[in-house]
Design a protein around this ligand. Structure first.
Ligand code: SF4
Length: 942
């Protein structure tokens, strides 16, 4: 609607140019052909019914609005050199020309009149809301000086980079390793850390890559048709499979859009999903529906027998008997009692999964894995079904993500850092699959360390993480965080408490390389600043990307490069050499040279492909924006080791493991020497010796752990319920969509879903207010009464409830409520919405036509941290108490006690079983780790 109005306003006198048809035959086509991207003409839609032609240059880039990295095509008006629209890039192998609403909405982020256009420095006290504009040169000089001093003082662990949405593959890893620090922090343990552990224990790789397009049966513990991981690339392939006859089952407490398209919707009690999956496994085992050949060849059943049944004969038949015995308690009838899903349904789906055999695809990402104590067992039990059916690495099955994701080697790669940062990977969580990021303020408050220079980058922990007010308290304490730098394309609740707010580009304003496991095949995508590329094509020259972007919006690649150069101007710290050009020795590398080197040296087949068009590899990537690296990606574990790979290797006669220079490179099975999987046994690990070695002997096998929100813990008569606060909305991004007016026009409320039966019991109808009390506080929101949710459970999307503390700055007025945040005493906070969303005057006339008022309610502030003692993942689900609010309580009210929050943190921390493990290590060496240090850093020396 907005665009239409805008176009009416800006309507010009019609020009009646004639357009060449797309095809010689004059037929329409879905996309402009690539050979006409440099000069593309189409009629101006808003001039209809006049036929007014406009000429565009089409420049590809990559969307930055979620992790899927879909291709975008920017339509740059050749007359104004402004971006008019962003559509799909048809040659991108992952997204194939399609996008969700958030891709094209990048344009509303670019043109947002509220966005931060220049580097800002705080004036007065932190969080006081006074800012002054500074130059990039001042920013770089100040920050570089502080980092250099920290390195000279051997305070390396006081420099930390904390990322929300990375959007690149490896760039920052390289920067941090060039600095020699263990300083990478992420958001992963409020997102996918638990699922990663479950997958890693089986296969070494910590993510799945389902081949949805070729599957016959798809089991999803996610909402992939609307919001799940890599959802647009996955959604289009799931629907392809459905159109070809595949069945879909969705396990979700909500009737999500995905569940509504499925053949089966199963809504178990939250946290019982692993029992449900094990019951399916039990049916497949008991009815002999498993893939015997695959199990015998690829499961580490010999280790299972040795560890669990040493008294029994170590034969495969005996293993099958033992396996059936071990899982016999998980009958569908048991699961029905535990999960409240019918035994008949469980049996039916289990048999259909078995019938799909090798063409059974499955996926869990957040969902149950990220909600529950023991959620990491959910992905492990799901993968168990793939193992039983032999659908690992097959057409229509599930592969390790590393087979379908291509990460190129950068120039002059630094060695791994030799230090370990305890505030990232503390001893209490040796098996955590990513940093204990959301505990950082508790670590700081407990005196575990301090930060001299803390970067938050596209990361808004005050709003996104649980226990945001503990974050706020910590960021206000300058003795704990000396300097906070927020790198962000948009204002956020956290940026308000920074010392510098540095504007960074959205997907059409920056460089990155990105690849994701979207399907059976690997590709790389090239994100680029489209206006700079277009103007360079016309002969203009730029030193820095911010010279071509709106205001002084920069890209991180150049920022880090310039910063690193200033940290070590003379090379004495050993840092500068990593930022020298591979083409001009001793001189500073440019971003063009960085990608030129990668495209020339690290991407198999790209150079040859570019040559067919007489292009350099860099020019090829600038032209197409993506490249398909590999399409034959099945059964890579069966790759036979070559004679050169085998030379000087040794085979362990008992296990078959093949080692070379001390490292396992494959496994001998029968007479073939094959690569296998990157696990200690090189096989799929049903039995994990690692779990035993690291003090969790009761979890050596896929199993079921009762969640902290198990139904036995919920007293319905006391109005207790389970709150599921994790679901996404299809049209929003956690934090960044705040400045996308088109997206906020579509989605701007997050009411609490409540089942009809519960609504009657509590006495509410749709639109009524409900008070939700958590362990540490409360929030008040409206309800939506529906049958599309399991009774006993309420759910609320985490995608809304944005707020700002000042009227005209610090939060986008398209999406934030103006709030009053009151500190009642040293640990108690109260927030009230003072002004909801309303029209405002700005450079964009559409801001005066805002018709919606709601900004939603911020529930995460009222959650304490719940770190799972094994995976380290925050367990999002909450036991809550619901009631009608008191007369003086209002929509959006929030109360929090951070002292209670710290107490809950300590209770969960007490459940851990800390390192060391074998050999006095902090963590298993074979586990993946973000920005992995050198092996010597794993040793605990004290
Ligand atoms: S799925 Fe993600 S990457 Fe793709 S268009 Fe939507 S927001 Fe962008």
């Amino acid at each position: 609607m907005f665009t239409f109005v805008k176009n009416l306003i800006s309507r010009k006198a019609p020009r009646k140019d004639k357009i060449e048809p797309i095809n010689k035959s004059g037929e329409l086509s879905n996309f402009p052909p690539v050979d006409r991207w440099d000069d593309w003409t189409e009629y101006e839609a808003a001039e209809w019914p006049d036929r007014v032609a406009r000429r565009y240059m089409l420049v590809p880039t990559i969307c930055f609005n979620c992790e899927a990295a879909c291709g975008l095509l920017a339509y740059i008006d050749k007359e104004t050199m402004q971006i008019r629209k962003l559509e799909g890039n048809p040659v991108h192998p992952g997204s194939r020309g399609r996008n969700c609403a958030k891709g094209p909405a990048t344009l509303s982020q670019i043109n947002d009149p509220e966005r931060i256009l220049h580097p800002l420095k705080r004036v007065g006290q932190r969080g006081g809301g006074e800012w002054k504009r500074v130059t990039w040169d001042e920013v770089l000089t100040d920050i570089a000086g502080r980092i250099r001093q920290a390195f000279l003082d051997n305070r390396h662990n006081e420099v930390m980079y904390h990322v929300g949405r990375p959007g690149h593959d490896g760039y920052m890893d390289r920067v941090l390793q060039a600095w020699g620090i263990d300083g990478h922090n992420s958001h992963t343990n409020v997102c996918s850390g638990a699922a990663r552990l479950g997958y890693a224990l089986w296969q070494g790789s910590d993510r799945p890559s389902p081949d949805h397009a070729n599957a016959k049966f798809i089991l999803l513990l996610s909402s992939h048709l609307e919001t799940g991981h890599y959802f647009n690339p996955h959604a289009q392939r799931i629907i392809e499979a459905k159109m070809a006859g595949a069945k879909i089952a969705v396990i979700d407490i909500r009737l999500s859009n995905t569940a509504s398209m499925a053949d089966y919707w199963l809504a178990p009690w939250p946290g019982t999903e692993a029992a449900l999956l094990l019951a399916m496994a039990q049916v497949i085992l008991a009815e002999n529906l498993f893939n015997r050949e695959f199990l015998e060849r690829w499961v580490n059943w010999q280790e299972f027998m040795k560890a669990k049944y040493p008294e029994r004969q170590a034969s495969f038949d005996e293993f099958l008997a033992a396996l059936k015995e071990h899982y016999q308690e998980f009958t569908p009838e048991f699961a029905e009692k535990e999960t409240r899903v019918s035994a008949e349904m469980i049996r039916k789906i289990a048999r259909e999964i078995a019938q799909a055999g090798e063409a059974f695809a499955s996926h869990v990402w957040r969902n149950a894995a990220s909600g529950n104590l023991g959620g990491w067992q959910v992905s492990r039990c799901l993968e168990f079904l793939n193992v039983l059916t032999g659908s690992i690495g097959t057409k229509g099955g599930v592969s390790p993500n590393t087979w379908d994701k291509f990460v190129p080697t950068p120039p002059n790669k630094p060695s791994p850092q030799k230090m370990w940062n305890e505030m990232l990977y503390p001893k209490e969580y040796p098996l955590s699959h990513h940093e204990l990021s959301f505990l950082l303020p508790h670590f700081l408050k407990s005196g575990r360390g301090k930060l001299s220079v803390y970067f938050t980058r596209v990361y808004n922990p005050i709003w996104t993480n649980p226990d945001g007010l503990t974050w706020l308290e910590t960021l206000l304490d300058e003795t704990l965080v000396n300097l906070h730098i927020a790198l962000s394309p948009v204002w956020s609740e956290t940026a308000w408490f920074a010392d510098y707010v540095l504007p960074m580009g959205v997907g059409a304003e920056r460089h990155d390389i990105q690849s994701q496991e979207t399907h059976a095949g690997s590709w790389i995508g090239f994100r680029q600043p489209v206006l700079k590329t277009a103007r360079q094509k016309l002969g203009e020259k730029f030193e820095f990307t911010y010279q071509a972007n709106p205001g002084e919006v920069w890209e991180e690649d150049e920022f880090w490069l310039e910063l690193s150069w200033r940290i070590d101007p003379d090379g004495s710290l050993g840092i500068r050499r990593y930022f020298e050009s591979p083409y001009r020795p001793g001189e500073k590398i440019t971003v063009d040279e960085y990608y030129q080197w990668i495209f020339e040296n690290s991407i198999p087949g790209l150079k040859e492909k570019a040559q067919t068009e007489n292009l350099t590899p860099l020019a090829y990537m600038r032209k197409y924006g993506a490249f398909s690296v590999e399409t034959d990606v099945y059964k890579k574990h069966e790759k036979v080791l070559s004679s050169s790979e085998l030379s000087d290797s040794q085979v362990d006669e008992t296990t078959g493991i093949i080692r070379k220079n001390g490292a396992a490179i494959g496994v001998k099975i029968n007479d073939s020497a094959v690569v296998g999987f990157p696990t200690p046994s090189r096989k799929l690990e049903l039995y994990s010796e690692t779990m035993k070695d690291w003090h969790w002997a009761e979890y050596t096998l896929p199993g079921y752990i009762r969640s902290h929100v198990h139904w036995q813990n919920i007293k319905q008569e006391a109005n207790e319920m389970v709150l599921v606060p994790t679901f996404r909305l299809p049209t929003l991004i956690h934090t960044r969509s705040g400045n996308a007016k088109w997206l906020n026009e579509i989605s701007h409320s997050n009411p609490i879903w409540i089942h009809t039966e519960d609504a009657v019991r509590v006495g509410v109808k749709t639109g009524d207010l409900l008070k939700v009390e958590t362990e540490i506080g409360l929030f008040i929101n409206r309800v939506w009464v529906t049958e599309a949710i399991r009774p006993g459970v309420i759910a609320c999307s985490h995608h809304l409830g944005r707020w700002r503390l000042r009227d005209k700055i610090g939060g986008e007025r398209w999406s934030t409520a103006l709030v009053d945040l009151i500190k009642l005493n040293p640990t108690q906070w109260f927030m009230r919405q003072m002004k909801s969303i309303e029209p405002f005057t700005s450079a964009d006339p559409e801001s005066e036509h805002i018709w919606w008022q709601d900004a939603g309610v911020h529930q995460n502030l009222t959650f304490s941290v719940h770190p799972d003692p094994v995976s380290g993942m925050h367990c999002w689900h909450q036991k809550v108490k619901v009631s009608r609010p008191l007369p003086n309580e209002r929509y959006g009210d929030i109360f929090v006690d951070t002292a209670k929050a710290h107490q809950v943190y300590q209770e969960w921390l007490a459940q851990t079983r800390p390192a060391p493990g074998p050999n006095n290590l902090r963590r298993p060496l074979w586990f993946a780790r973000a920005v992995k240090p050198a092996p010597e850093a794993y040793k605990i020396n004290e």
